[in-house]
Design a protein around this ligand. Structure first.
Ligand SMILES: NC(=O)C1=CN([C@@H]2O[C@H](COP(=O)(O)OP(=O)(O)OC[C@H]3O[C@@H](n4cnc5c(N)ncnc54)[C@H](O)[C@@H]3O)[C@@H](O)[C@H]2O)[C@@H](O)CC1
Ligand SMILES: [K+]
Length: 527
């Protein structure tokens, strides 16, 4: 799914109407209907519903939703910010239609105290003040409405955006200025829907409704997409006559004395995510420790120096033997930067042409040597967190955080590789310059081991879908975050361990990105 700017969304609406003959009133009707259906499903016991509507088309969506909710017997009030006589176009038509629904109370609002008073007694608020069509900052009664909403403790469903939030903003949050418990947007996410933390709670839903915009009308120049769409590849059933050879053999190279857990977690994750076979090659001093964690794992001992992988493994033919039949190589978890390990990694990456996932200390081995990183047609996936990215680029973490999208895109195109820049809204930058953004995941993942698990899942996806690298990596990132979301729901975001996410990977695989009403959930989990 493409991600649009506000201008691209309005161009989409225009094209839908002018080139494809879809009346704007139809789009508005579908938008309002999606909001009404969402409210009924998520807030079934809300009997008193208030829609706060502006005079533009966002307000128009609110009129449609209010009319349809009124038809279900709910006690619905529409508070219009401004005068009825000022309504124009589709919003005016939607309002005329609303007036035929006699069960809905309509009040014109022209001052703040009246508004505050009118918003007091309701079970659910619909925020339809402004959407994509306003230019910040919000002024007048709309700004007052935003403040009142921010302080209200009634559940709020925002139409398109929490009113006043700039659709083109890539900022995470504007703190207390906005409040929404759920957001229903249309056709495609805008930048704010994927970059921003739009809802009050971590798992507040941000959903996309299809309202009839033809696919060809949806055009974007940002080359930015949503990672969740790729997950369809993980939903294909396995052939009945499959064998383990069909799903690839992953070789995980990592670990060092004192760091046996990281390669254990990566290998386990690769198995759990569907790889046919997984071998962990680790320094011999930790081999038994890693082996005991997972009986399904195959083990290979590596010669070591200073407790870390030694260069000798590349010279004695040991590794050549190990690489036979391997589909994907994953290197880095627990490797350490001691002894010969960094040089080992640099030479390994230069000597093999296998698809490879480079993580953790294997990334650190390339700090100051990024000229050696080159995908050149083979799948090469780097999974840095902002600290590792900063080391690779010779920048500070703050500089990386301030320009994630551009830095990720520039690095992946320059080095012809796939870059997974982890953190709030992990980015997956592809060598062709396209970037996918992921919206699953939560603060429970801010704990040791998370990255090791992701490395294993990425390797497993590459092993199963070697001809579709972009979608394989996007799927891995999406599933990992979603499994963590399920884990945080079932447990608590404080108590989840990285390995607990694996217990919920089944839920993530089985989850459908569209709910029963056809809404795509960017964040939150539908039942
Ligand atoms: N264009 C279309 O065909 C569709 C549009 N849709 C809805 O329409 C919305 C966009 O509609 P519009 O382009 O009419 O814009 P909005 O309704 O988002 O905003 C326009 C309104 O905001 C006021 N406004 C603008 N800047 C302001 C400021 N700084 N402070 C206070 N008030 C300000 C304007 O006076 C006007 O009343 C979307 O968010 C979506 O909800 C949907 O109905 C789907 C179809
Ligand atoms: K709104």
């Amino acid at each position: 799914m493409k991600i649009l700017t506000a201008a691209e969304m309005s161009a989409t609406d225009r094209r839908s109407s002018e080139e494809f003959g879809i009346p704007l009133t139809d789009l508005m009707e579908h938008a309002g209907a999606a909001v009404a259906a969402f409210c009924l499903r998520q807030y079934p016991s809300a009997t008193k519903i208030t829609a706060l509507c502006g005079k533009g088309n966002n307000g128009g969506d609110g009129f449609v939703a209010a009319r349809l909710l009124g038809q279900t017997g709910r006690n619905v009030t529409v508070l219009l910010l401004g005068q009825i006589s000022k309504l124009k176009g589709e919003a005016a038509s939607a309002f005329a239609h609303l007036r035929t629904e006699t069960a809905v109370h309509i009040l014109e609002m022209d001052d703040e105290p009246a508004l505050a008073d009118a918003l007091k007694h309701t079970d659910l608020l619909i925020d339809a003040v402004v959407g994509t069509g306003f230019r910040p900052p919000l002024r007048g009664l709309a700004a007052a409405a935003q403040n009142i909403l921010a302080q209200s403790n009634v559940p709020i469903v925002a139409i398109d955006l929490p009113s006043g939030w700039d659709a083109d903003s890539t900022e995470q949050t504007s703190a207390e200025a906005f409040r929404a418990d759920a957001v229903v947007t249309f056709t495609a996410p805008k930048l704010a829907h994927v970059f921003g933390h739009l809802t009050q709670r971590t798992f507040g839903p941000v959903v996309v409704a299809e309202i009839g915009s033809p696919t060809q009308a949806v055009q974007s120049t940002s080359h930015l997409t949503w990672a969740g769409t790729s997950k369809a590849i993980a939903e294909q059933p396995r052939n009945a006559n499959s064998n383990k050879g069909n799903f690839g053999h992953v070789l995980l190279i990592g670990g060092s004395y004192g760091k046996a857990g990281a390669p254990s977690m990566s290998s386990l994750a690769a198995l759990r995510a569907g790889a046919g076979l997984v071998t962990a090659a680790v320094p011999e001093s930790i081999l038994n420790t890693v082996a005991l964690t997972t009986p399904e794992l195959m083990m290979a001992p590596l010669l070591e120096s200073d407790g870390a992988v030694a260069l000798a493994n590349l010279e004695n033919g040991n590794l050549d033997k190990l690489l036979k039949g391997i589909k994907v190589l994953a290197v880095g978890p627990g490797l350490s930067t001691d002894g010969e390990a960094p040089e080992f990694v640099r030479r390994l990456v230069a000597q093999t042409t296998l698809p490879i996932v480079i993580d953790a200390d294997a990334l650190n081995a390339f700090a100051g040597h990024t000229d050696l990183l080159r995908g050149n047609g083979r799948a090469m996936v780097l999974t840095p967190h902002p600290g590792e990215m900063a080391r690779l680029l010779g920048k500070t973490v703050k500089e990386v955080e301030a320009d994630r999208l551009n830095l990720a895109r520039a690095f992946s195109t320059k080095h012809h590789l796939t870059l997974v820049l982890k953190g709030w809204r992990t980015l997956i930058a592809h060598p062709d310059g396209t970037v996918a953004i992921n919206t699953t995941g939560n603060p429970a993942m801010a704990k040791g081991g998370s990255g090791d698990i992701l490395t294993g899942i990425v390797a497993a996806m590459l092993a199963q879908f070697p001809n579709d690298v972009a979608r394989a990596v996007e799927t891995a990132v999406y599933l990992h975050g979603l499994a963590a979301d399920f884990a945080a729901h079932a447990m608590d975001e404080h108590t989840v361990l990285a390995t607990d996410t694996l217990a919920h990977l089944t839920n993530a695989f089985r989850y459908r990105i569209k709910d029963a009403d056809g809404l795509t959930w960017l964040t939150g989990i539908h039942s």
